[in-house]
Design a protein around this ligand. Sequence first.
Ligand SMILES: C[S@@+](CC[C@H](N)C(=O)[O-])C[C@H]1O[C@@H](n2cnc3c(N)ncnc32)[C@H](O)[C@@H]1O
Length: 241
Amino acid sequence: MGRMAEGLWRAVQRESADASPILDHVFQFVGPERTVLDIGAGVGRFAVPLARAGVRVEAVEPSDTMRHYLSRYVEDSEVPARVRVIADAWPTGAAGVAEVALAAFVVHFSDDPVAFVRAMERHATARVVVAVHVDPLFARWREAFGPLWPGGPGPHPSRLFKDLYPLLLQHDIVPDVAIFQQHMGPRWSTEDEAAAALIARFEITEAADEARLRERLRTHPDVWQHPAAGRAALLSWAPPA
Ligand SMILES: C[S@@+](CC[C@H](N)C(=O)[O-])C[C@H]1O[C@@H](n2cnc3c(N)ncnc32)[C@H](O)[C@@H]1O
């Protein structure tokens, strides 16, 4: 989670989420109370722009590292009065009810996505908004670094739109769906920066493995120098009355 937090933190430093279709969509359903529950808020990619626009945000975030960056981003943006951080995992009774419940790229961490979104329905008065990946996040990483990456990319790599959408339909949740392109991935500026991060991520200790990694960084520069375009899905529905 620490490495994901650093990656997200680098991303919010370099590009704002203001142009994100996720943020646009959430704003469509923010009503007179101006409240959003941001579940798995991460470093605050959506919570902070929402708060800057005058929305009161409850940000649910279980990771200490993510909350460290989130608090810093909230402070730097001078919006602490509008962001309440809840140090817990979803579902949690510590959160209140908001007009919109948002979970952007979080549901794939859950062992029970249906219970996860049903709890979102109970905490939203106007809209439940869930974003998930359509394309596997680490496909080009596997190609470039697969043999050096024991264990692969982490939890539930296959919980994608193609898995979640039919599951929701089976449970009589029929969301509006929009597919959009986003740019995800590393934004390292130098080979040394990329090597240091990947040596830690792949837990490389042998000099020979480090040499193989550096060789692959040289032969696959696009993978670590530029974020890749990937499709994501925005699933959105009204909570049951
Ligand atoms: C990929 S990040 C997405 C962060 C943010 N929503 C964004 O789009 O930038 C996933 C976040 O979900 C959080 N998370 C994982 N399981 C969670 C759960 N059960 N409840 C709330 N947050 C969770 C992680 O700690 C992490 O911050």
